[in-house]
Each structure stands twice: as C-alpha cells, then as structure tokens.
Write a protein that binds this ligand. Structure first.
Ligand SMILES: Cc1ncc(COP(=O)(O)O)c(C=O)c1O
Length: 417
C-alpha cells in the first residue's frame, strides 16, 4: 500500500508525513484504489460463478467506505439495525442487503421489514418464530435464509472460527430441514436461500468448499421435497496477508465453486469483509518516547500515540501487523534495533507489534500496516482516549472521512445531576 516517491513514503501519491501534519496522529489512512482493486480481484476470481458480493459492514463501517462499495455495485451484509442505518445513509441498496447475526431484536427486525431488505439470515428456531410474528404484524412475508452450521473446521484463530458445533452461530445441518419445512408452510415467511459462514482469515480453499458441498447437498434434498430457493450465501472469511502468509486464492475458490455448484440454478452470494479492506488501510502513529533497554538481552520499548484502544487485534488475538518506519532513511538518525511497539494504555497487553527491527526515535512516524479491517470498528475509548481520525486517499487527494473524536464527545452522554 505504501510506495516511495522521491524518498517519501506515500499512499497513492500522498505523503504520509503530509497526512500526519494535516490530520494529526493516530490516524487511520485508507486507499480507495486499494479497496477497489481488492473488489476487482474478488469479482474476477469468482467470475466462474458470477458471485454477488455483499460487503460485510462490520469489517469497516465508515460511511465513505460503504459509499465507495455501494457505487462500485456491491450489496451489504449487516448484523444490526445500526449497520442497516449506515447502509442507508451511505446510499447502499437495501434490497441487496442480507441481515446476519444471532441476536436480532424486535425493533431491528421491524426496521429491516419496513426498509425492505434482501433476506434475514436466520440463526435459530426462535428467531424464525419471531420473524414470522413480526412479518404477520407488518402484513408482508419476511424473506428468509437459514444459516446452517456445517461443522467444518476453518483452521483459523478460535475467536474467529464460526462453523464448528461449539460455536454459537447458525443451526445444525440436521435441524435445518425441519426449519425449512416450517418456513415453507408459513405464509408470513418467504424462503429465499440458505447461508453459512465458517470463520474469518481462512487461508485455504478446502474448508470453504467442504462447507459448500454440505450446503448444496441440503438444497438438493430440500428441492426434492418441493422447497426451492434462489440463492446460496457462502459467507466471507477469505484470508489476507498480514505477514508472510499467502493471500487466499480467490481464483482457485471460484473454479472449485463452479464445479461444486454444477448445473444447479442457484445464485451464489459471498460476504467478504477483511479481504476487501484489510490491506488497504494503515494506522499512522507517532513515537512519543523510546525506552531502550539497558541490558543486552532486555526488551526495548517504543511508545507510540496509538494503542489497543485504536487497534485491538494484536492485544485480542496476538495478531501480527507489519510496521514501517515512515521515511526511515530520510528522517531518522537513530540506529536500528529491536523494539516492542507499545501504546500509552495502562495494560501490559497494550502492544501493536513485538520484536521489530527498526530505526526509531521520538517523533518518528510509524505505519501499522493492513489495519483497514476490524481496526476502527473495534476501537474504544478505554483510558478515556478519543478514537482516531480516518482519512481516505482517492484520486491523489487525502480527505478526512471521520474527524478525530473531541474530548467533549467522550462524556457528552454522561449525566451527573
Ligand atoms: C456472517 C458473517 N459474514 C461475513 C463476515 C465477514 O468475514 P470476513 O471479514 O472474514 O470476510 C463475518 C465476520 O465475522 C460474519 O460473521
């Protein structure tokens, strides 16, 4: 995502130093081009099945990001009324928006029914009942898909694995036919499809195809009972490179899916989040202090102004993000050494990266790479830290797409009298 132009580290022609001067740090920086090129890579790779893309809003829900994808023609995958409202505000197409999530509240269901969405991805028998009741009150059938849990190991981090029996998501394959029969008989429900999502940051095509095979064979047996549907939504989860790992091979997935679907007249939907936005974002921070170790085998700390409250992935999952010292060759007089890059939050788990060999000193800018997905969305105000600004670079210009939170916003909703 970073290229060097006349010795300056840039995102699509705009220097990171200039972005830091204009907008301060810590700041998330996104490349619109990069987001769109990932979308193109995905649609090209999945061309053999002509998959419909429903961008998973949770990965990065900034309105400008949603607008970019809406204009590029994607639909959306949402998990709350808040995300639905974001899609609307960004000009997204709600008729190509699927609503996932295990805990849909009555008000959220009513909102989605009123707005008119593509489909509720139903995750339990009780949710099916609730949907039927709300649709009856609304006076129009609710479009549904049932999220099945194919009990396939996605071979990813346990916190982001969702397709195993022990996970809370979806319904077991064995229970799905009965739910479909119920839905088929119910005039308040309209069966549209079937869905699954087995996890995130999946490296290999194999587990996704295994899940798809289970799902297609269920559609076959339902079709034999006269329960037809129009789409199969296979979720997201396509892995990206954070360090040395290989990026998920979308073209291989597209070819394998085409084989797997065969001649069935079913539209394939996918719900990618991370794949579209992770590698096109970085968190730009500035070193506040360095604490070099005085012992030969001790740990040296570079304390930056970004923290786990801005990017929690390293603290939460031990996730790896590459770190670049911005304009390293030009600005730094420091010698390279090994650093743990940590934030100001009062937790020993507050680190962004460990054991990185970089030339750092106070004032140096660092870019924490591949931070476009599950970065700002998981940011918090822990330690009463305002959340960072977000900047999008498009057509050679950096534009503020979210102001840095002001101190007054931290307690604007708190009451003392
Ligand atoms: C139902 C559903 N769909 C799609 C996604 C997006 O996953 P990813 O960002 O790995 O593509 C998630 C992520 O948790 C999800 O729960």
């Amino acid at each position: 995502m970073i290229t060097s132009q006349n010795g300056a580290d840039c995102v699509d022609g705009v220097s990171l130093r200039e972005i830091a001067e204009r907008f301060g740090t810590p700041t998330y920086v996104y490349s619109a081009n990069h987001f769109l090129s990932q979308l193109e890579k995905l649609t090209d790779g999945l061309a053999p099945v002509d998959a419909g893309v429903r961008y998973a809003v949770k990965a990065n829900s900034n309105l400008a990001v949603l607008k970019l994808f809406a204009e590029a023609g994607t639909g959306f995958d949402i998990v709350s009324g808040g995300e639905l409202e974001r899609v609307r505000r960004a000009g997204g197409d709600t008729s190509r928006t699927v609503f996932s999530g295990v805990g849909k509240r009555v008000d959220e269901i009513d909102f989605a029914l009123k707005v008119g969405i593509e489909c509720f991805n139903v995750e339990s028998s009780e949710e099916l009942d609730r949907l039927s009741q709300r649709a009856a009150a609304f006076g129009q059938p609710a479009p549904i898909s049932i999220r099945v849990n194919p009990d396939v190991d996605a071979a990813t981090h346990p916190y982001i694995s969702t397709g195993l029996k022990e996970n809370k998501f979806g319904v077991p394959m064995a229970s799905a036919p009965e739910l479909y029969r119920r839905a088929h008989r119910d005039p308040n429900l309209s069966v549209q499809g079937i869905d699954c999502h087995i996890g995130s940051q999946i490296a290999e095509v194999g587990p996704l195809i295994e899940a798809a095979e289970h799902v297609f064979s269920l559609t076959d047996s339902l079709a034999r009972e006269g329960i037809a549907m129009s789409h199969v939504d296979l979720g997201g989860g396509f892995g990206v490179r954070y360090g040395n790992e290989a990026e998920f091979d979308v073209a291989a997935y597209g070819r394998a899916l085409a084989k797997c679907r065969g001649k069935r007249a079913l539209q394939i939907l996918v719900e990618p989040g991370r794949f579209l936005v992770a590698s096109g974002g970085l968190l730009l921070c500035r070193v506040e202090y360095v604490k070099p170790s005085e012992e030969d085998d001790g740990i040296s700390f570079a304390v930056v102004d970004g923290s786990m409250s801005d990017l929690i992935r390293p603290a939460l999952y031990g996730a790896h993000h590459d770190v670049v010292a911005v304009d390293e060759t030009q600005t730094t007089t420091a010698q390279s050494r090994q650093w743990d890059i940590v934030g100001p939050v009062c937790e020993s788990g507050d680190f962004l990266a460990k054991q990185r060999v970089l030339a750092l000193e106070g004032g140096q800018l660092v870019a924490v790479m591949s931070a476009g997905a599950y970065g700002i969305g998981l940011a918090s105000n822990y330690n009463s830290r305002p959340r960072p600004a977000e900047v999008m670079v498009a057509s050679g210009e950096a534009r503020l797409i979210r102001r840095r939170e002001a101190l007054s916003q931290l307690f604007a909703d708190e009451l003392i009298d």
